[in-house]
Design a protein around this ligand. Structure first.
Ligand code: NAP
Length: 287
């Protein structure tokens, strides 16, 4: 199908500020076109003051659904009609589905991360995970890992109170998961990474603006049988992943999570699975 707009085209999109770095429109529009689905995905850069009117506008226009990115993943929740249980535990929403005029909020980030690990033959059950960072992404991953039966979670963060807040939610709601928190220092990294199976960087250290930095600089903290994940996908090979690769660790960047959080949103909107192998090819070529 030639991807042109018809009078029946179903609308989806993204709201955030800024949205210039987003790859979501490329991913979803390519998938709609590949499957001959009469859908379109539009990125919208909006101001915080316009958020309530934007939600009303998207509802009035009959949008089938949309994604939400920074900085609205939490503030959007008050304007929705229903929030999934996972998104309530995570405390933020990245995907909204229009169910007959009701806007239902979901969070597909944590599920996307776990599916990306599965793609790399990494099962999370009975594993010990160390997360560096306690922001929105860390929280979605921590909650989902706990729901999926991870053995133990250790959350290290510059501001320990933020790590403690995630731990409280998990202790209260998913009591099967052991959880510890500590500060983010070389000393605690060495202490906890030593007994871990997987280390995940959930901070922006190493992103395009700090490409010469890594949350772990001292490679003696790592072991060759450790899996090291970085949520960052620009650049695809961060300094952390380079250090880990040199040490012989299995390394996973943030592209798989980006792909799968989008794939889960796509299926919620359309009812059909995203053609992930095809979209992966496109996504992984974008520099
Ligand atoms: P966020 O909510 O702003 O949280 C950032 C976290 O990083 C906080 O815990 C913060 O610690 C910590 N941090 C920031 N700068 C730091 C520094 N210089 N030193 C030590 N800690 C620092 O951000 P987020 O949404 O969780 O995103 C985190 C990262 O994940 C970003 O790189 C983002 O691009 C990536 N991400 C990737 C995907 C994907 O699909 N691959 C999805 C979502 C996010 P404090 O609490 O002390 O401030």
């Amino acid at each position: 199908m030639n991807h042109t707009i018809s009078t029946k085209t179903k609308l989806t999109g993204l709201i955030g500020h800024p949205v210039t770095q987003s790859l979501s429109h490329k991913m979803h529009n390519a998938a709609f076109q590949y499957l001959n689905l009469d859908y379109m995905y539009f990125p919208f850069d909006i101001q915080e003051k316009d958020l309530p009117n934007t939600v009303l506008g998207l509802k009035a226009l009959g949008f089938k659904g949309f994604n939400v990115t920074m900085p609205f993943k939490q503030t959007i929740m008050q304007y929705l009609d229903e929030i999934s249980k996972e998104a309530q535990l995570i405390g933020s929403v990245n995907t909204i589905v229009n169910c007959d005029g009701y806007f239902v909020g979901h969070n597909t980030d944590g599920k996307g991360f776990i599916q990306a690990l599965k793609d790399e033959n990494l099962d999370v059950g009975n594993k010990v995970f160390v997360l560096a960072g306690a922001g929105g992404a860390a929280r979605s991953i921590a909650v989902q890992l706990a729901l999926e039966g991870v053995e133990e979670l250790i959350i290290l963060n510059r501001t320990i109170e933020a790590a403690n807040r995630i731990a409280e939610v998990i202790r209260k709601n998913i009591s099967s998961c052991k959880i510890k928190t500590d500060d983010l220092s070389d000393k605690s990294l060495r202490k906890y990474v030593n007994g871990a199976d997987v280390f995940v960087n959930c901070t922006p250290i190493g992103m395009f603006s700090s490409q010469d930095k890594s949350v772990i600089e001292d490679s003696s903290i790592l072991r060759s049988d450790l899996a090291v994940c970085d949520l960052i996908y620009k650049p695809q090979q961060t300094r952390l992943l380079q250090i880990a690769e040199d040490k012989g660790c299995k390394t996973i960047n943030g592209l798989g999570m980006l792909l799968w959080q989008g794939a889960f949103a796509f299926e919620l909107w359309t009812g059909v699975p995203m053609p992930v192998s095809y979209i992966k090819e496109i996504l992984f070529q974008i520099k």
